[in-house]
Design a protein. Structure first.
Length: 263
């Protein structure tokens, strides 16, 4: 009887972690629904107009929740297991810090897009340099997959225990800082894949799903290095096809005449 009583706290904690993972997946599902609803009909292919800063930042954060929460859920569950007070709020604050890092990345992407649009203007139209910029972005993303920095960042994403132990901070502010720090490692791991999404159509639900699948494969499958090299091969092939025969890429919206690249 005593042994059963002793197991109850552990079982309750396990149920709480399972509920937390389920909540993150539910939030991701809602984010997918919201993104599909708001982005329907907006895909203009490579160089899709990002709209106003407020609109883009809002949809970007929703996209990051949809794309990243499934693969980051095990890390949030591990953080929840390591918290001494078993606070149900701290893991959500951790996840919020993670999104905060990606929100900052979205601001940077928007700034680069606007700077390119204002400085280069029509030089980035699809029928001029636009196709080469998009294809080059995919080739650079493929090359980054093979760098030591990518390997280190992916290792932290796949095995977050070392990060959590080495950067532990108590309290809600600590949870926010740790979430943001883990998000930084994830950004280092996935920024090239996000750049690829811009190159293929940032408002394309189909390409958003493809990139989400590649991210999940790298972070969750047992063969991380194989997934990483496979992703590099896919990005390289897409980059070459985008320049040579873009009409051969399924699901790619080719910008109309004079459409402006906004990367």
């Amino acid at each position: 009887m005593a042994s059963v009583e002793g197991l109850r706290p552990a079982l309750a904690a396990a149920r709480a972690r399972l509920g937390l993972v389920a909540l993150l997946f539910a939030l991701a599902a809602f984010a997918w629904w919201f993104a599909v609803d708001r982005m329907r009909g907006m895909d203009d292919g490579p160089g899709t107009d990002l709209g106003t800063l407020g609109w883009f930042l809002g949809i970007w954060v929703v996209m990051m929740a949809a794309m990243m929460f499934p693969s980051v859920a095990p890390t949030v569950a591990l953080y929840s297991r390591m918290t001494k007070k078993r606070s149900p709020v701290a893991p959500l604050v951790f996840a919020s810090g993670y999104l905060l890092t990606w929100a900052a990345a979205g601001l940077l992407a928007f700034g680069i897009s606007e700077a390119g649009r204002r400085v280069l203007g029509d030089a980035l139209s699809w029928d001029r340099a636009g196709r080469w910029v998009a294809g080059g972005t995919l080739v650079i993303a493929a090359a980054y997959q093979l760098t030591p920095l990518k390997t280190v960042c992916l290792r932290h994403c796949r095995s977050p225990l070392g990060f959590l132990l080495g950067h532990w901070r108590d309290g809600m502010s600590g949870a926010l800082r740790m979430g943001a720090g883990h998000g930084a490692w994830c950004l280092g791991c996935c920024w090239a894949l996000m750049a690829s999404l811009f190159a293929l159509g940032i408002m394309s639900i189909a390409w958003m799903a493809v990139v989400t699948g590649l991210i999940a494969a790298e972070k969750l499958l047992p063969w991380g290095r194989v997934a990483m090299y496979g992703t590099a091969a896919i990005l390289l092939a897409l980059g070459i096809l985008l320049v040579a025969v873009p009409e051969s890429i399924p699901g790619l919206t080719i910008p109309g005449e004079g459409a402006r690249m906004t990367m």
